[in-house]
Design a protein around this ligand. Structure first.
Ligand code: NAD
Length: 506
């Protein structure tokens, strides 16, 4: 349980696939489909709509509003109008709104999870885990809202005193990806609201329903009008350019690809906007010959297969010491080869579909590139024919270091394995990437574990564990994986400016 919540989970009888699908479809039907601007749900100007698909079948499950640039600017105007009063709202009151939203998410976990699986694909149990994890950020920042402190200090020469305070940055644009449609939202909305910022949220077009449901919950929890605004659109670039050009916007926080992050950073430079960037990754997974190999294989399954490999923290390349590489490959292939692939709402499913046809195509191309360069397919290796966007869990051995699958973010269920001989060589290969988000190290030698953790150029390291996400931890990357941290005690700082008043004291 990654939430740190130790309340017992009630035993429930599991719904059949048909029942689960019917329930999730009903939830999808009941979610508001409009834009949420200034406390009102409304259609897009011009009445355009955007279709949402079930990636397991390719069929359309809903249509949501497709906002115009003018709608996006209305959302910012509402956020701007609400900013002063929200910043002046008592910290406890801001926290209580988040706390109530947390309670509602927990109470409705299974409905939200079914909805998420329906539009995003991941297996239902993983969606349940994401809803709990996402809710946890609202609880965490509900608690942080009352801990925004300052300081008092004396000038080195005496005399003048300095009074430090931290104040909300102002209206924020929050842009989120489709892979963790709720957690990437609450990890931004939670600290922004706690800090006293108003927000305009723009979810990914593939998974708007999860965010619409989340914003519905925030509304129910008592968020005042204009404090949270949401627009869904098929034209993210045009809308965000207009917002980034507008003097009322004070910050953009983005989670998504490095490519789009770079564009947003250059646009943000025009107005010297505050930015937070959670971008792509290419996590190395190092297994030394002194590792507990069963533990390493278990960690590899988690780090690779969580979210069907569509995670920025996903293990992207496995470097395994030569004396244990055959055993590791055989063990991992056995585990991945026995996973049941199917509709995420089917209780028999371990692994759901990829997000769309493009994802299946690009994962297939990476596998083809590796095999052309001499890699061997140990299990999987191909898309699964039929409806939906499925790719078989895949292990590749003997992958050359220059293969694209080692250099690029795979975002799918493919585990390329490369053998190494010495520690220095492994660290060198791990660090030979422009990315630096997560990395993983498996060794039973504590000194080596710490030494290698220190040398790895990444924002986060999993030492003998394949899951690193934790609401108490400052999530984020180095190099081209991003700027800033989300979650933990520092997560709120991204939404606060430091200011001081210098006071004559003599
Ligand atoms: P993406 O960059 O295509 O899209 C992310 C968001 O940006 C979506 O809401 C999209 O609509 C919007 N967007 C697209 N073009 C835009 C533009 N020109 N201007 C403004 N917004 C634009 O990424 P994706 O495919 O949705 O997500 C996958 C990527 O996200 C991967 O690279 C993954 O590593 C990364 N990711 C990173 C983290 C992290 O915390 N570091 C977490 C999850 C995902």
């Amino acid at each position: 349980d990654r939430t740190g919540d130790d309340r017992p989970v009630e035993e429930e009888t599991m719904a059949s696939f048909d029942e689960a699908l019917a329930a999730a479809t009903a939830v999808a039907g009941s979610v508001p489909k409009g834009l949420y601007i200034d406390g009102e749900w409304r259609p897009a100007q011009g009445g355009k709509a955007l279709a949402v698909e079930d990636p397991a079948t390719g069929s359309v499950i809903a249509e949501v509003a497709d906002a115009s640039v003018a709608d996006a600017l209305d959302a910012l105007a509402a956020a701007d109008r609400a900013q002063h009063a929200w910043a002046a709202t008592a910290p406890r009151e801001r926290g209580e709104v988040l706390r109530r939203a947390f309670e509602l998410m927990v109470a409705r976990r299974d409905d939200l999870a079914g909805l998420m699986t329906l539009e995003m694909g991941k297996a239902f149990a993983e969606s349940q885990a994401e809803v709990s994890y996402a809710a946890e950020f609202l609880r965490w920042f509900a608690e942080e809202a009352v801990r925004i402190d300052g300081g008092y200090l004396a000038a080195p020469g005496g005399g003048s005193r300095v009074l430090l305070m931290r104040q909300p940055v102002g209206p924020c644009l929050l842009i989120t990806p489709w892979n963790f449609p709720m957690a990437m939202g609450t990890r931004k909305i939670g600290p922004a609201l706690a800090a006293g910022c108003t927000v305009v949220v723009k979810p990914a077009k593939q998974t708007p329903l999860s965010m619409l449901a989340l914003v519905g919950i925030l509304e129910e929890a008592g968020v005042p009008r204009g404090v949270v605004n949401l627009f869904t659109t098929a034209r993210a670039g045009a809308a965000s350019s207009a917002l980034l050009d507008d003097a009322r916007l004070r910050k953009v926080s983005f989670t998504g690809s490095t490519e789009v992050g770079r564009t947003l950073l250059s646009q943000a430079a025009n107005r010297v906007l505050r930015t937070s960037m959670e971008l792509g990754g290419n996590a190395p997974f190092l297994v030394f010959d002194d590792a507990d190999l069963d533990l390493a294989i278990e960690g590899a399954v988690q780090a690779k297969m969580r979210n069907v490999g569509e995670a920025c923290t996903a293990a992207n390349r496995f470097y395994v010491q030569r004396s244990v590489v055959d055993r590791f490959v055989a063990g991992l292939a056995e585990r991945l080869g026995s996973l049941r692939v199917g509709h995420g709402l089917d209780p028999a499913t371990d692994v759901g579909p990829l997000i769309d046809g493009n994802a299946v195509k690009s994962v297939g191309e990476l596998v083809a590139d590796a095999t052309a360069a001499g890699a061997k397919v140990v299990t999987g290796g191909a898309a699964i024919a039929g409806d939906g966007y499925f790719f078989a869990p895949t292990v590749l051995s003997g992958v050359p270091g220059e293969a694209r699958t080692v250099r690029e973010e795979i975002f799918g269920p493919v585990a390329p394995v490369v053998a190494f001989d010495a520690e220095d060589e492994a660290v060198g290969m791990a660090n030979a990437s422009e990315y630096g988000l997560a990395s993983y190290v498996f060794t039973e030698n504590l000194a080596r574990g710490l030494r290698v953790s220190e040398r790895l150029e990444s924002g986060m390291v999993g030492l003998n564990q394949g899951i690193i996400s934790n609401p108490a931890a400052p999530f984020g990357g180095v190099k081209q994986s991003g700027l800033g941290r989300e979650g933990g005690r520092v997560g709120i700082d991204e939404y606060l400016n430091i200011k001081y008043t210098a006071v004559r004291a003599n």
